[in-house]
Ligand binder design. Structure first.
Ligand code: FRU
Length: 528
């Protein structure tokens, strides 16, 4: 072996050693590894679980199978962050036990120690989750899912399962899972909302242990193309008014607007017992349901099972959401090696009045701005066919944060306004506005043979009538999160190019636009 070969050999050995979690940063440069989105160190991940803020830390638990890169017996993986951007992997929090696998659920701080599980002066963290008994399922029973709790007295580092589990046995409903719990101040009790097949059920409790039936919502309402999963329920102020509305998030699989898994929402009121849709919103849902199109948190194919953080301090006041950036249509076969899937970036949810009525808006949290490295102002100018945006940057980057404002003369809207990410292999990812439809298009964005329907084009109806377009887009190695009309429409999609996309351009078909301005940022990895 000559000298050069020997050094190459040593380098190769070193890079293989870097597969161990001890030297995370080297391993985290694997093909398709997201650089500013949370992904597990290794093996399988699906839904975010138990998101709770406590003592300066945002906890993120997640559905995890530590023995394989495909779904299997579920555990709760665990990570914490102090800034919603950088994550520290922690040991697995909850393991399957004699009652079954640990399915999705939530976590709260039991500030008043209503459960009695705290220690003097120290409130317990309580995780509320579904136990799924695979034996019962195999035997064809209907009562194999039930709700259980576990508690932690050391900032979520270790957990003890409550000895009286399950706290909510199954009354004979096959799909009976994904509890989200919150404290309802007005009625002074805990509320649990969970999915029960084609609807949600609500229970309440004084102590997180004894639960009583309160109400149900949703039979025959909204998207019904699949099973309901992972609900969330919370109040949000309606911007520009003194009103507050309650938002019910509800994931459904299949039956999403562009196929497979997706998350819809309902707006209404909650009195501590029952959720009722706002009458005007209910009318629209009823009309839209007929055409199979209720209201969606995200119209892309890769934002599922998303819920919001509990116990965000009132001084912060945000409602922060995170979803699983995949889709059950292909989650188990996407072409990554050591791990499978990532989460969306954390997003702030807002309720805003629009000409079409109140709508849910989402925007990436501001904390992400700390990742900006190079910043360029996009100059105002008229664009007829195309404008190269990435050439404005000094060094090409696959990690981009784009804000762009365009306008056009009435009647002059181009047939298509596309943002195009490209690499040197002729692969490209497109997203933008075509007529009155937003779209993301990954039909030519790289690897696609792993699943016949993966190479798809997604659409979302535009409701804004503004003669212009405001775009925000976050591009990571393997995903785009596209927000239009200030976050009124969101589309999240993953892709697997055979080489990073580092060129970004604006491309018009017909017509011309005025670029009013914008900014392009290159981002740094969170895994350094
Ligand atoms: C949603 C879901 C949940 C369930 C979990 C199992 O993606 O199907 O309903 O609790 O995943 O991993």
């Amino acid at each position: 072996m000559d000298k050069l070969c020997f050094f190459t050999f040593i380098l190769l050995i070193m890079s293989n050693c870097s597969e161990s979690p001890a030297s995370e940063s080297a391993a985290y440069r694997e093909a398709h590894r997201p650089q500013f989105h949370f992904s597990p160190d290794s093996m399988w991940m699906n839904d975010p679980n138990g998101m709770v803020f406590y003592d300066g830390e945002y906890h993120l638990f997640y559905q995890h199978y530590p023995d394989s890169t495909v779904w299997g017996p579920m555990h709760w993986g665990h990570a914490v962050s102090t800034d919603l951007v950088h994550w520290e992997h922690l040991p697995i929090a909850l393991y399957p036990d004699s009652l079954g696998y640990i399915f999705s659920g939530s976590a709260v701080v039991d500030w008043k120690n209503t459960s009695g599980l705290g220690r003097e002066g120290q409130p317990p963290l309580i995780a509320i989750f579904t136990h799924h008994d695979p034996e019962g399922e195999k035997a064809g029973k209907t009562d194999f899912q039930y709700q259980s709790i576990a508690y932690s007295l050391d900032k979520g580092r270790t957990w003890t399962k409550y000895e009286g589990n399950p706290v909510l046995p199954n009354p004979g409903i096959k799909d009976f899972r994904d509890p989200k719990v919150f404290w309802h101040r007005e009625s002074g009790r805990w509320v649990m909302i969970f999915a029960a097949g084609d609807h949600v059920q609500l229970y309440h409790s004084p102590d997180l242990i004894n639960w009583a039936y309160a109400s149900e919502f949703g039979k025959g309402t909204g998207g019904q193309g699949g099973v309901w999963e992972c609900p969330d329920l919370f109040p949000l102020p309606l911007e520009g008014s003194a009103d507050t509305m309650w938002v019910l998030l509800l994931s459904i699989n299949p039956g999403g607007p562009n196929g497979g898994s997706a998350t819809q929402y309902f707006l209404g009121d909650f009195d501590g017992t029952a959720f009722r849709m706002d009458p005007a919103f209910a009318e629209k849902v009823a009309a839209d349901t007929a055409s199979g199109n209720p209201f969606w948190v995200d119209y892309g194919r890769d934002n599922y099972a998303g819920v919001t953080w509990s116990d965000i301090p009132e001084t912060d006041g945000r409602r922060i959401f995170m979803g699983w950036m995949s889709n059950w249509d292909y989650a188990n076969v996407v072409p990554t090696q050591r791990w499978r899937s990532a989460m969306t970036v954390p997003r702030k949810l807002l309720l805003k009045n629009t000409p079409a009525g109140p709508r849910l808006f989402s925007r990436p949290v501001e904390e992400l701005e700390q990742l900006h490295t190079e910043t360029v102002d996009i100059p105002a100018r008229e664009v007829v066919q195309t404008m190269d945006l990435s050439e404005l940057l000094q060094s090409p980057s696959a990690l981009l944060d784009l804000s762009l404002s365009l306008s056009w003369e009435p009647g002059q809207q181009p047939d298509e306004i596309a943002l195009v990410m490209e690499n040197n292999r002729g692969e490209q990812l497109r997203f933008g506005l075509n007529g009155e439809e937003y779209f993301t298009d990954r039909t030519a964005a790289g690897k696609k043979d792993f699943e016949p329907g993966f190479a798809s084009r997604q659409t979302a109806q535009r409701w804004s009538t503004f003669n212009g377009l405001q775009i925000r887009a976050l591009l990571d190695v393997a995903s785009v999160e596209f927000f239009a009309d200030e976050g009124g429409v969101a589309m999240t999609d993953i892709f697997f190019p055979s080489e990073d996309f580092t060129r970004l351009k604006l491309e018009l078909s017909g017509g011309k636009v005025q670029v009013e301005g914008g900014r392009l940022f290159a981002l740094q990895s969170i895994w350094q």
